[in-house]
Write a protein that binds this ligand. Structure first.
Ligand SMILES: Nc1nc2c(c(=O)[nH]1)N[C@H]1C(S)=C(S)[C@@H](COP(=O)(O)O)O[C@H]1N2
Ligand SMILES: [Mo]
Length: 317
């Protein structure tokens, strides 16, 4: 079992000062990325070499994924899904450099006693950051293993104190036509939104994520803040979040609106429920030849299956 006890939580050594330094490095890097976007001749590798380290963040050994290799950081940063920047896997790495990461606020509102708009740097200091190695499986049939940096979303939820009416959480992400060329397309009804049931959002695996590979998130991976929900298909893990709203009724996500028969609210990884257009029984781990069997709940069943006890997972896909 990987359920954590309070005594297992590794205290972060991130100081305001180290965060400040990371931020400054990042701002310098963001400027470089801006230049790179304006001059496409600059090779991607030189952009990705710039680092904004998150000093003092310790790996949480309970989420180490023994026996599975993490994907190379270059793969993580160059093969992305972020439709606001285009629909091909290489578009986000090429175009997300224009995303302005500061100032950035996240409004936390709706059915809560203490609604509050957080500056993202403030939000990042709300709880101890830790590194967790999680699989992320895309609904399209590929997967990666990534060392994410963040803290459980539950830490934020406890701060704002949901009322009895809060049954679901809705995430809204940035949709800025000026910065995001993909938002001019009609692929989705922007902004990109996603949702969770409150108990899913409170689950210790649900990670509010600011970094990966010991660094601040790159824009194409959802900087400055995103969700990572390792037992669900990748599209549930909304990138570049600007609002978290607590609501009474199940919210309809952008993908549900676009195609309700293909994308359900739960979107738990399930090899037994095929996508209408392809099988979900197997997947390709990026960097590997051949296929792996897809695991129920992406291998996190021991932790999350009880959330769905008694539910027909064919119906609630
Ligand atoms: N705002 C936003 N969030 C998003 C997406 C998107 O297009 N827009 N794509 C999703 C999908 S389909 C996947 S698989 C993951 C991919 O995350 P990664 O590119 O960092 O691996 O982000 C998810 N979050
Ligand atoms: Mo995905």
């Amino acid at each position: 079992m990987l359920i954590r006890r309070a005594s297992d939580i590794v205290p972060s050594e991130v100081t305001p000062e180290s965060l400040f330094r990371a931020r400054r490095t990042w701002l310098g890097r963001a400027a470089l990325l801006g230049v790179a976007a304006a001059a496409p001749a600059l090779p991607l590798a030189s952009v990705m070499a710039q680092g904004a380290r998150l000093a003092g963040v310790k790996p949480n050994p309970h989420y180490a994924l023994a026996g599975e290799k993490t994907n190379p950081v270059t793969e993580f940063r160059s093969y992305c899904n972020f439709y606001e920047f285009g629909s091909s896997k290489s578009d986000p790495a090429q175009y997300a450099g224009t995303l302005k990461l500061r100032p950035w606020t996240v409004a936390v509102e709706g059915a809560v006693l203490k609604p509050r708009t957080f500056d993202v740097d403030e939000l990042m200091r709300l709880a101890a950051l830790e590194e967790r190695v999680y699989r992320l499986r895309c609904v399209e049939g590929w997967s990666m293993v990534i060392p994410w940096v963040g803290f459980p979303l539950s830490a934020l939820i406890q701060q704002v104190q949901p009322t009895g009416q809060a049954k679901y959480v809705e995430f809204t992400t940035l949709a800025d036509r000026a910065q995001m060329p993909g938002v001019r397309s009609g692929i989705l009804d922007w902004p990109y939104t996603e949702g969770l049931r409150l108990d899913e959002a409170m689950h210790p695996l649900a990670l509010l994520t600011f970094g990966a590979y010991g660094e601040m998130l790159a824009p194409q991976n959802g900087a400055p803040v995103r969700m990572v929900l390792p037992w669900k298909y990748g599209f549930k893990s909304a990138k570049s979040i600007v609002r978290i709203r607590f609501v009474e009724h199940e919210p309809r996500s952008a993908w549900m609106k676009a195609n309700p028969t293909e994308y359900g609210f739960y979107a738990n990884v399930n090899p037994n429920v095929d996508h209408p257009r392809w099988s979900q029984a197997s997947e390709r781990r990026l960097g590997e030849f051949g296929k792996r069997k897809t695991l129920l709940f992406n291998g996190y069943g021991e932790q999350v299956a009880s959330l769905y006890a008694g539910m027909d997972l064919q119906k609630f896909y």
